[in-house]
Write a protein of this length. Structure first.
Lengths: 114, 132
């Protein structure tokens, strides 16, 4: 178990990805299909929140239990797990947003008419 | 700055970005608030796991509540926490979601992969949802 527990954080993220994946098929969210737009959205968001994270870690606002993270650290002492969080959660948010829009047929302001 | 102060600053920033900078105004749309209410539910579940098991631990100097105890779970509710997580995390999550959707919608507005639009739901789901 101790060897598996370091995947606890990324396991939660994987559950988020699996838990939202069905929306792409059943509600035809077409989020993953719009790869460039998805990439251009996630990149600045992940960058901005990584800076916040770097500051928070440096200031000691929060820390990570080394038993539950992969142990791979990126720039400014940010665990890889956190970088993945800032990629996965935006993707899940967009999927939810597009799923509601698909289900209710509501406008979001990017339809290109009016 | 404390985490508390940063989240307040963050919320004001993303609201300004949505309403005045990008002028996407998703905060004025029910598609945002409906999807955000779904997201917030799952945020409480997943963040509850991350904070309840102490995968992420907080410093009491940076939040309204006290530090994550080293040998036990933080309060489930109370002491500035909701489902183990500092209430600041709700604002942090709000910032993350609003910034994401503002940029997503803005890119669509300027014509970056506006198509293919989402929907319609598959027939099986349509029947379940009762949507038009």
């Amino acid at each position: 178990m101790s060897s598996m527990s370091k995947f606890a954080y990324v396991g939660v993220l994987l559950a988020c990805l699996i838990g939202t994946a069905w929306l792409e098929y059943f509600l035809r969210t077409k989020v993953y299909r719009r790869t460039i737009r998805l990439f251009l959205t996630v990149l600045p968001v992940a960058l901005a929140f990584s800076i916040w994270d770097a500051y928070a870690i440096a200031q000691g606002h929060w820390k990570f239990d080394s038993r539950y993270v992969t142990g791979i650290t990126t720039f400014a002492n940010i665990p890889l797990d956190e970088i993945l969080f800032f990629i996965v959660i935006p993707i899940c948010s967009i999927l939810s947003f597009e799923a509601v829009r698909s289900a209710r047929n509501w406008q979001a302001g990017d339809e290109g008419k009016n | 700055m404390t985490y508390t102060q940063l989240t307040v600053f963050g919320v004001l920033s993303v609201v300004a970005l949505d309403l005045y900078v990008f002028k996407t105004k998703i905060l004025l749309r029910r598609v945002f608030w409906t999807s955000y209410s779904i997201v917030i539910f799952f945020q409480l579940v997943t963040n509850g796991i991350l904070t309840g098991f102490g995968i992420v631990e907080y410093n009491g100097n940076a939040i309204i509540g006290s530090s994550t105890p080293s040998d036990s779970s933080p309060a489930f509710i109370g002491d500035g926490r909701l489902v183990f997580a500092p209430i600041e995390d709700l604002l942090f999550g709000f910032c993350l979601v609003v910034l994401t959707l503002t940029i997503w919608v803005w890119l669509g507005r300027i014509g970056v992969q506006r198509e293919p639009m989402s929907g319609p739901p598959r027939q099986s789901v349509k029947r379940f949802l009762g949507s038009k």
